[in-house]
Design a binder for this molecule. Structure first.
Ligand code: MTE
Length: 310
């Protein structure tokens, strides 16, 4: 298996050098030991970050809560399964195939993808369609940054993502719960939105495997299942790409999947949520439109009937 996902292109080939050096300088001037991307491997220890102006002011959940109550069906369908089973996942080497309607398609090594990138700590709410929520201090960078570097062709309108499917390391793949590999998609303007990030860490540490190491999407105004983990492929397309949950149960999971308290899931209300770690008597809290990010993203859906495009 080693070498199978080895990238064949380096950012130095696609990033103007002055740009690269500037970004690098920013990381260094952020003060911390700049370990990000220097060695190239996914095993980033402490990651140098700067705080983000996009963070919420809510108190994040604990490391334990964030890393032991997970959805990652490739490792099993119980919330404890990913932590129990994801340890065997090999994340080094890791490469992401970027193809479709891009100027510079190729297999990019993870180390090259993050080399010189400005990592931010972004505290975002994660709202699961199962009506629980968490607040997570992600470490990540804007997806737009990566897409700009590979060059999006003018005819591209959507971005498709794919998770690794490696049966010998992912016991959940034995079960046809979903049509593997796990797939998700965004409209191009959603993908280019500054709130949309690729995360590589939590609490300044590299992502644990159960949270989608080494690279996962985070789209804070959409239900958690949009935030696809352990990404190995990103494809720019002209047509709306297939998405795993939408394919499995189209009447329950739409392509857009925006957090919307006004549109019920067919089997339950989406009006309230239970904050993980809130304690037995904490009760439920109202779910906010677009998960509280309406000021930033409502404009993306102007004129769309959100009951139809759910
Ligand atoms: N990505 C993959 N590949 N497989 C999955 O099963 N589950 C999704 C999403 N990304 C999932 C996935 C769901 S339903 C949620 S709620 C979030 O990951 C959970 O992210 P977390 O475990 O980091 O909190």
């Amino acid at each position: 298996m080693a070498g199978r996902y080895k990238g064949d292109l380096a950012w130095s080939a696609v990033t103007p050098k002055s740009d690269y050096l500037n970004r690098r300088q920013l990381i260094l001037s952020a003060g911390a030991a700049a370990t990000v991307g220097v060695t190239g491997g996914p095993a980033l220890a402490s990651i140098a970050t700067v705080p983000s102006r996009y963070s919420t002011d809510e108190t994040p959940n604990t490391w334990d809560e964030i890393t032991s109550y997970n959805n990652f069906y490739e490792f099993g369908t119980d919330k404890e399964d990913p932590k129990r089973n994801a340890g065997r996942l090999t994340i080094d080497p890791w490469a992401v195939q970027i193809d479709g309607l891009v100027e510079r398609p190729g297999s990019y090594d993870f180390g090259d993808i993050v080399a010189g990138v400005q990592m931010e700590e972004r505290i975002y709410r994660l709202r699961c369609v199962e009506a629980w929520s968490m607040v997570v201090p992600w470490v990540g960078f804007e997806l737009k940054d990566l897409l700009d570097r590979v060059g999006v062709q003018p005819s591209a309108r959507y971005v498709a993502f794919e998770t690794l499917a490696r049966p010998d390391e992912m016991p959940g793949l034995r079960y046809p719960v979903l049509d593997w590999p796990y797939r998700e998609g965004l409209r191009l303007d959603e993908a280019m939105h500054p709130l949309t990030i690729l995360a590589t860490g939590i609490y300044g540490e590299a992502l644990p495997n159960q949270n989608g190491a080494p690279l996962r999407l985070v789209v804070p105004w959409k239900y958690g299942f949009k935030s696809i983990k352990s990404i190995v492929r990103i494809t720019l397309t002209a047509d709306e790409p297939p998405a795993s949950w939408n394919m499995a149960q189209p009447n329950e999971y739409g392509f857009y999947s925006n957090v919307n308290p006004e549109v019920d899931h067919p089997r339950w209300s989406q009006a309230t949520e239970r904050r993980i770690g809130g304690g037995l008597f904490a009760g439920r809290q109202p779910t906010l439109m677009f998960n509280g990010y309406a000021d930033e993203v409502a404009g993306l859906y102007a004129g769309m009937d959100l009951a139809k495009f759910y």
